[in-house]
Ligand binder design. Structure first.
Ligand code: HEC
Ligand code: HEC
Length: 218
C-alpha cells in the first residue's frame, strides 16, 4: 500500500468512527428524550402523544395532539421551549425544571411521534399490528404468522413482497382493512372486518406502520 492509499484508509476509518460516534450520540439523545417523555409527560400527553394520557381527563382544557405533524412543522425547538415557560402553560413546571439539553432531547422525541405532513402515529400502529395482525401476517409482515399454517388459501398477504405496494394505495388499504377481505373483494373469510374493533385513525396508524416493514429483494 502506498502512502496515499494508507492515508485514504485511515481517513475512511476515522470518518467512519466519527459517524458511528454521531449515531451513538443521536441514539443516546433519543433514549433520553423518550425516557423523560414516558415518565414525565405521557401521564398527561399520552403514550403516543395524542393528548389522552391517564391524567388528561382531569385537566381543564383538552391537550394538543402531537401526532398531528402540522402543529410541530412551523415551530422551532426554541419556540416550543419558550412556549413551555409562558403563564398559559401553568402545569408545565415539570418542563421548565429540566436541564435545557434534556428538554431539547424530549422535544426531539415528541417530533418522532408524528410523520412529517401527516396525522398518524407509527408507534400506535406498531402496537396494533402486534396485537391484531401479526398472528397471521407475521412479525416481519411476511404472511407467515403462527396462525397462517392453519388457514385455507388464499394465505395472509406477504407485505414484504416487492409486488405489495402501500404508497399511493393508502385509502384503498384502509377500506380493505375496515371491511375485511370477504366484504371488500369476496376474498378470504379469515381476513377479518376491522372496523368493528379499530377506529379509522387506528387503521391509518397501522397502514403507516406497515410501510416500515422491510421488503425482501426480488
Ligand atoms: C399535568 C399534566 C401535564 C404534564 C405532566 C405535561 N404537560 Fe405539557 N401541557 C399540559 C397542558 C395543560 C398544556 C396546555 C394545553 C395545550 O396547549 O395543549 C400543555 C402543553 C404542552 C405543549 C404545548 C405548548 C404550547 O406552546 O402551546 C408542549 C410542547 C408540552 N406541553 C410538552 C410537555 C412536555 C415535554 C412534558 C414533559 C416534560 C409535558 N408537557 C408534561 C399538561 C401537561
Ligand atoms: C386470521 C388471520 C388474519 C388476521 C388476524 C389479519 N389478516 Fe390480513 N389477511 C388475511 C388473509 C387470509 C388475507 C388474504 C385475503 C385474500 O386474498 O382473500 C389478508 C390480506 C390482507 C391485506 C391485503 C390487501 C391487498 O390489497 O393485498 C391487508 C392490507 C391486510 N390483510 C391487513 C391486515 C391488518 C392491518 C390486520 C390487523 C389489523 C390483519 N390484516 C389481520 C388474514 C388475516
Amino acid at each position: 500500500m502506498n502512502r496515499f492509499a494508507i492515508a485514504a484508509v485511515v481517513a475512511v476509518a476515522l470518518g467512519g468512527s466519527a459517524a458511528v460516534a454521531v449515531a451513538e450520540d443521536a441514539a443516546g439523545l433519543k433514549a433520553q428524550g423518550q425516557q423523560v417523555y414516558e415518565e414525565l409527560c405521557a401521564t398527561c400527553h399520552g403514550r403516543y402523544g395524542r393528548g389522552d394520557g391517564p391524567l388528561a381527563a382531569n385537566l381543564k382544557a383538552p391537550l394538543l395532539d402531537f401526532t398531528n405533524s402540522a402543529w410541530l412543522a412551523g415551530r422551532s425547538d426554541e419556540a416550543i421551549a419558550k412556549g413551555l415557560e409562558s403563564a398559559s402553560h401553568g402545569p408545565m413546571t415539570v418542563a421548565t425544571v429540566l436541564k435545557p439539553e434534556v428538554l431539547q432531547s424530549t422535544i426531539g422525541f415528541i417530533r418522532t411521534l408524528s410523520v412529517p405532513g401527516k396525522h398518524v402515529s407509527v408507534p400506535a400502529g406498531r402496537d396494533i399490528y402486534a396485537a391484531s395482525c401479526q398472528g397471521c401476517h407475521g412479525v416481519n409482515g411476511d404472511g407467515k404468522g403462527p396462525v397462517a399454517t392453519y388457514l385455507d388459501p388464499p394465505k395472509p398477504r406477504d407485505f414484504t413482497s416487492p409486488e405489495f405496494k402501500i404508497e399511493g394505495r393508502e385509502d384503498e388499504l384502509v377500506n380493505f382493512i375496515s371491511l375485511g377481505a370477504a366484504k371488500a373483494m369476496h376474498g378470504s373469510p379469515y381476513m377479518p372486518e376491522w372496523a368493528t374493533r379499530l377506529n379509522p385513525q387506528q387503521i391509518r396508524d397501522t397502514v403507516e406502520y406497515m410501510k416500515t416493514l422491510k421488503k425482501t429483494t426480488p
